[in-house]
Write a protein that binds this ligand. Structure first.
Ligand code: NAD
Length: 486
């Protein structure tokens, strides 16, 4: 049983309340440890530690030394790769095949990447005419914000936490992190790595616990936290925005999605089926970028439904630690109940269940895990509840379409706008459709192919702002204009 404490001012510390709650392995339902239940007192201590580091040692280091230290964090994660992998798999139930290729490598890469691009980011300079003919030069500089609050979800715990921590620190800020209550372990390991990387105490702090009326909310309301960067549900984003309003904190939100995948009849059929299977079932459907609405041009519709269903049926479900496993459990029993309620709602709303719709039969100890079957529906109305709300499970609905105009209207008929995938071999169509889709990110003939330099974020209810490359550094810095009269 692992006891997970806060990490404040370079030291692990028990919670002010003395209370802990269980950490549950979703693959078995077993309790594997306990997690400190943070409150406002813990958050305040962490914010003070971060402020002290920000006003002192972290700002006193040269930019080069700070960025070198962040590269040592990347090396530190790689040096303890197996420990990170084990911890992430136990917290989430992710199959090794996924976590070892996506979560942990990206956790390290985020530090390496932002430490590199922070050196290369450009400022601006303008020469300005003046009446006396001597002119002026305007130039911009970047300054850190101070203490940044990072609130992260459970679906890609280390990856999404470091996606925000790395640029925040590269820009010269200090952070207080509130990881998801479901997935505390890799944040704790990361704290150990920070200590061994020679980063001053207080630069990176972790307060564990819940969100509303607890550690998460206390962080959003703290007057000395300059900005909140958040990834999670849209509803939570809305609550955080309200909490940030009194102090006009900067916010960056990466929120939910109800993403469309559009398959034209001219697409490379096998690639489109394989890509859509990935975009629907990866990480048990728990990636904000997953496709839950699939639109297929009528001539290939039935063949596509059959092909995707056989993919779903061929997925190996079970022990995350078995290399052959392709799909693990959902994050928790609570989330499973939510997904199963959506499965039931879809039936009530008239769905044809092409495959799945229930719970797989697994042997002990996985019989008690939070598993569901990969599921495909057809024949739902476009305004069915399950077509409108994010489910965040291994499920999609497939609907036929006849024209480009029709499918664009269908894809855009959503309150969300995170990403979309378009499968077609026609070049002009690919660009034309991509331009008209209301989303922050459109993949053509691929999915989840990320270049960390590109801006990432959603439109509509899917988020506010963009992170990635220099866009992250823009968010984590204040730009100042200095005007020099010559
Ligand atoms: P969540 O919103 O329930 O929780 C996320 C974090 O917010 C947790 O750390 C939680 O403790 C904290 N929190 C909850 N209420 C809070 C409050 N009132 N004040 C402060 N903090 C609070 O999200 P989740 O269930 O962990 O993650 C799944 C969601 O995240 C899905 O909707 C998914 O689409 C979204 N997501 C979006 C992206 C993206 O990049 N757009 C990426 C991954 C996940």
């Amino acid at each position: 049983m692992t006891k997970i404490d806060h990490f404040i001012a370079g030291e692990f510390a028990p919670p002010d309340s003395g209370d802990y709650f269980p950490n549950v392995d979703p693959a078995t339902g077993d309790s594997i440890g306990e997690i400190a239940e943070g409150n406002g007192v813990d958050v305040d201590r962490a914010v003070q530690a971060a402020q002290k580091a920000f006003r002192g040692p972290w700002s006193e280091m040269s930019t080069g030394d700070r960025l070198d230290a962040l590269k040592r964090v990347a090396h530190g994660i790689r040096a303890r790769f197996d420990e990170f992998l084990d911890a992430e798999m136990r917290d989430t139930g992710k199959p090794r095949a996924f976590a070892s290729k996506v979560d942990i490598p990206r956790g390290a890469a985020n530090f390496e990447f932002f430490a590199t691009i922070a050196r290369a980011v450009e400022d601006q300079s303008y020469q300005t005419d003046t009446r006396d003919g001597r002119g002026a030069i305007n130039y911009t500089t970047r300054q850190p914000l101070g203490v940044v609050g990072v609130i992260s979800p459970w679906n890609l715990p280390l990856l999404l936490l470091t996606w925000k921590v790395a640029p925040a620190l590269a820009a010269g800020n200090c952070v207080v992190v509130k990881p998801s209550e479901e997935t505390p372990s890799t944040a704790s390991l990361l704290a150990e790595v920070f200590n061994t990387a020679g980063i001053p105490a207080g630069v990176f702090n972790v307060v564990h616990g819940l969100g509303p009326n607890a550690a998460g909310e206390a962080l959003t309301r703290h007057p000395d936290v300059a900005a909140i960067t958040f990834t999670g549900e849209t509803r939570t984003g809305s609550a955080i925005m309200e909490a940030c309003a009194p102090h006009i904190k900067d916010i960056s939100f990466e929120l939910g999605g109800k993403n469309a995948s559009i398959v034209f009849a001219d697409a490379d059929f096998d690639a489109a089926v394989a890509g859509t299977a990935r975009s629907t079932f990866s990480n048990t459907g728990q990636v904000c970028l997953c496709s839950e609405r699939v639109y297929v041009e009528r001539p290939i519709y039935e063949r596509f439904v059959d092909a995707l269903a056989s993919r779903a049926e061929s997925l190996t479900i079970g022990d995350p630690f078995d290399d052959a496993t392709e799909m693990g459990p959902l994050i928790s029993e609570t989330h499973r109940q939510k997904v199963l309620a959506a499965y039931e709602k879809a039936r009530d709303e008239g769905a044809t269940v092409v495959t799945g719709g229930g719970v797989p039969e697994l042997d002990d100890p996985f019989a008690n895990g939070a598993y569901v079957e990969p599921t495909i529906w057809t024949d739902l109305d476009d305004d069915a509840t399950v077509m409108r709300e994010e489910i965040f499970g291994p499920v999609c609905h497939i609907r036929p379409f006849d024209t480009e105009e029709e499918v664009l209207a269908l894809a855009n008929d959503s309150r969300y706008g995170l990403c979309a995938a378009v499968w077609t071999e026609k070049l002009r169509r690919a660009h034309r459709v991509a331009h008209q889709i209301e989303a922050g990110l459109v993949w053509i003939n691929s999915w989840f192919l990320r270049d960390l330099r590109t801006p990432f974020g959603g439109v509509k209810l899917s988020g506010i702002g963009r992170e990635g490359g220099r866009h992250s550094l823009d968010f984590y810095s204040e730009t100042k204009t200095i005007c020099v009269k010559l």
